[in-house]
Write a protein that binds this ligand. Structure first.
Ligand code: SAH
Length: 344
């Protein structure tokens, strides 16, 4: 029988297991703290738990681990890009970014991606599988252990579409924010989506307090469908309506991500359509100079993004141009994993 993935269990679930084993309930909390505060990798380390219980735990449960196989450190700032090997031989990427206010981690939620955005390296080789909550958590724990620095913020903007792995991502959020565990406030979490409308609405109902970031990238349906196939299922207007609901339900401001691509969405007409679409919405626009991906011909520069920003500002919409971190290790998201292939 396959062992249960203990890191993916909530404290309440662990308590149920422990009581079924005939042990006292408080033992569950001790084990949970070993896993999520001390980040134990083996049951053997848990030295306030009896040897008999540790042996039993080892028979029934596994602690999923990641192995760091590549680590690229920027010589310009303190950005670090990790390539982690999952227990089944697949790979994911995690990026650590250092800001004045703390350390933020960009996490992957899937191996590959189904969404097919034309400018994105993560999706070119297709979709392999969802990450388990434990595998998303271990990106945090392994990186913290490697650097010795507490992670103060998380962005779900690595490989994968978080709302396409909804249950596991929700469970990850519950675990990482647990007061008995890692205790990261969800106020310091940003979830980025390409626009899976029913899931945006479901997330709104949960009122988790996290920041929603929506990858808009193009204000009109024809253009957006060309670069983001998901637009054929949930179009621009439906995405905008869903984000309005998110704002209404949560009281939080939404971010629209806009990767500026020369000759595709960087002209004045695009800026005008964008302004028309989002005027009056409690939102922020984040402009990203598109990272070129070797297989695609998309190009832009900080100059194009700044120019687009200027047009938006003139029309009364505030936007920022995303600061480029780690530009010397700037393999676009998903590139490292593709270079590594799979060892499955
Ligand atoms: N699937 C989610 C999160 C992962 S991508 C989403 O679509 O939002 C995180 C952000 O990076 C998204 O806004 C995505 O559109 C953007 N992105 C992907 N590839 C890019 C590239 N080559 N250049 C600039 N931004 C890119």
């Amino acid at each position: 029988m396959e062992k249960t993935d203990i890191l993916s269990l909530t404290l309440a679930e662990l308590e149920t297991y422990i009581e079924k084993m005939g042990e006292k309930k408080f033992r569950a909390k001790q084990i949970f703290q070993w896993l999520h505060c001390k980040m134990a990798e083996t049951f053997e380390e848990m030295n306030n738990i009896s040897l008999a219980l540790r042996t039993k735990l080892d028979e029934d449960f596994c602690i999923k681990r990641l192995e760091s196989v590549r680590k690229l450190e920027s010589g310009i700032d303190n950005t670090i890009k990790y390539l982690y090997r999952l227990p089944d031989g697949n790979f994911v990427e995690t990026v650590l970014m250092e800001y004045d206010y703390g350390i933020s981690l960009c996490l992957s939620t899937q191996v590959g991606c189904k969404m097919g955005c034309k400018f994105c390296a993560s999706t070119i080789a297709g979709f392999e599988r969802n990450l388990y909550p434990s595998e998303i958590l271990q990106q945090v724990y392994c990186t913290q252990k490697d650097t010795g620095k507490k992670i103060s913020g998380i962005v779900l903007m690595g490989i994968g579409e978080p709302l396409d792995n909804f249950e596991n991502v929700m469970r990850f959020l519950e675990l990482v924010s647990s007061a008995d565990g890692y205790g990261l406030s969800l106020r310091h979490v940003t979830l980025s989506t390409c626009g899976i409308v029913p899931k945006i609405r479901e997330l709104a109902h949960k009122k988790l307090g996290l920041t929603l970031s929506v990858s808009l990238h193009c204000p009109d349906n024809q253009g957006r469908s060309e670069i983001m196939p998901i637009n054929k299922t949930y179009n621009v207007n439906e995405v905008i309506e869903a984000t309005k609901e998110y704002i209404d339900k949560t009281g939080r401001r939404v971010t629209y991500e806009y990767a500026v691509i020369d000759g595709v969405n960087s002209d004045r007409k695009s800026a005008q359509s964008l302004v028309k679409l989002i005027r009056g919405i409690n939102c922020h626009v984040n402009l990203i100079p598109v990272n070129s991906v070797s297989e695609r011909n998309y190009r832009s520069s900080r100059g194009s993004a700044l120019n687009f920003q200027k047009m938006l500002t003139e029309m009364g919409i505030n936007a920022t141009v995303r600061r480029t971190l780690g530009s010397d290790i700037n393999a676009a998201c998903g590139q490292l994993r593709r270079e590594a292939g799979s060892e499955k």
